[in-house]
Design a protein around this ligand. Sequence first.
Ligand code: MLT
Length: 320
Amino acid sequence: MRILLASPIDPKAVRSLRRSHDVHQLSTTEPGELARAAADREAVVLRSGVVLSSDIMTAAPDLKLVVRAGSGLDNIDVDHARRRGIRVVRVAGMSAPPVAEFTFALLLSLARKVTVADRLIRIGEWPKPQLGGALLRGKVLGVVGAGNIGGLVGEMGSAWGMNVLGCVAHPDGRVATELAHRGITLTDFDDVVDRADFLTLHVPLDESTHHMIDGTVLDRMRPGSLLVNVARGGVVDEKALYDALTEGISVAGAALDVHESEGEGTVSPLAELPNVVLTPHIGAMALDSQRLIGERVTELIEAFHQGTLNEEVRDGEHVV
Ligand code: MLT
């Protein structure tokens, strides 16, 4: 097959695909370049940071398969793919453990001021009394979107001795029981926001979640609470977050792995604030996980090539 790797994936998977396919790797996310590179391709593999719009798919008449090497679908025009009969599959489950672990990396960096301490010690300062932080044990962890990733975060929080509250888009008794077994109390969004000392976000980005964390929600957060966003940038109104963090009445700090504007050359206005930790969308970047994701991408492409994709796809992988 003629394959475009529109985002970097595990090098072993690239070598494996090259053995039996014509593989072109793209090193830019610029839409014009992407359209040119996709023009003669039958399959496109992508991660976040690349937008597969209807214009780009229209410029690729032979396109038959899109493989999302991750779970988020906010960067793919799925309706266009459906209309054209282009298959879309994603590698969903494997990014949950790395993103859940990374949520704790951010939570702890924020709570214990690890990144601030690192910056200061590098310039010869030893500001021990100023670097007091918060304990996680005994605190309320609020998980917005207690699904694949959020559920795992809740389970980890419970193991840390936190009191974990979670909310989901479609709550019912079965979900409540399942979460309770993992140490998570199912409640509603408002209750999670009102009671959380640490609020973590794990919802997909769509119309219903865009700016879900806006000025009103931020104002309602507990004084001194901390916010972690590993979901999608658009879930948080970053302008409102900047204002809330500057005022310091409710939310006291934030760690963001995802941003309203992402990519090379982008500097978030939040970078001015000392009570913020910023990382470049690396939640899923545990190399062990990327190796597994790469293997699964290869398996899905081979299955499509052999005409056995329907038998190959697992729960959560089928999109179109
Ligand atoms: C995902 O949706 O799985 C993550 O954003 C990982 C990525 O594609 O970079």
